[in-house]
Design a protein around this ligand. Sequence first.
Ligand code: RIB
Ligand code: CA
Length: 315
Amino acid sequence: MARKVIIDCDPGLDDAMALCMALFDPRLDVLAVTAVGGNCSPAQATRNVQAIIEQLDPPRWPRLGTASAPDDGLPVDGRYLHGSDGLGDSDFEVAELHHPHPSEKLICDEIRAQPEGVVTILALGPLTNVARAFARDPELPSLVGQVVMMGGAVAGPGNITPTAEFNMYCDPNAAQAIFRSHSTKTLVPLDVTNRVVLSYDLFNRLPDELSKVGRFLRKILPPAFRGYRQQFGLEGIHVHDAVALVAVTQPELFTTEEMAGDVEVTGELTTGATVFDRRGVPAWRNNMDVAVDMRTDAVIETIIQGLNDAARREG
Ligand code: RIB
Ligand code: CA
């Protein structure tokens, strides 16, 4: 039985890579892809989700959710790495969105339409939509099977500020609400996702341009290599969200620890920081599993294999 998932994302190049894998993976039944602002504006993220689905034309089209801005607005965006349109300045044409559904409403509807505990939310962007869905339907945290979040940092630094990871920083109040919710949560933080770098050699192992997946990836990714070289002097790009997807499809490649986590929402220097009680005798109650290690080479191979499998499954 395929695992039912809702993918909430702010595409974003690594979000797009995760979608290429997920939409063709027979182990997954992608019920919905819900857009959230982050790497780009809410309107652009909504447009990008539709563009990705149209470019990939997967065997089963998921329902699409439209993004709206967080209550306090987006403090930053990811255009410096993901391009002005969030997809490497690829400027894809999209058809008009039919029957737009707000992302948070779609999340509620899809979870309510399934038996309790069978739907996984894979959150690859700021947690605005998930927090709004939980506020809209207070029973949702106990109805959803698992919330898997790419974001935060345990022992390492942030990436958008010295203390905060991008997804948490974009909407810290939403992140805190999810951390404090009674849902079953797994966090995939920078401590592990930073260890995967898509090098030029790995880029050359992506499916070729005879496939839709190959054409799509080879169009959106190259500009990011320039951005990473200029910003970080790195000869490759991070693919955080593709790593988080592998944590859903092949959790055996990860080592997790139960932890007690929360999110700073007011600090001048620390807003968006994820804080974990790792004192000898913790006072906070454990509220999530955190990926603290992974078999990095196996995860990299799984990503490359997953993208090539997707190309083969296009039909
Ligand atoms: O910090 C990395 C995360 O922020 C990734 O999900 C990336 O797509 C951006 O959303
Ligand atoms: Ca993302």
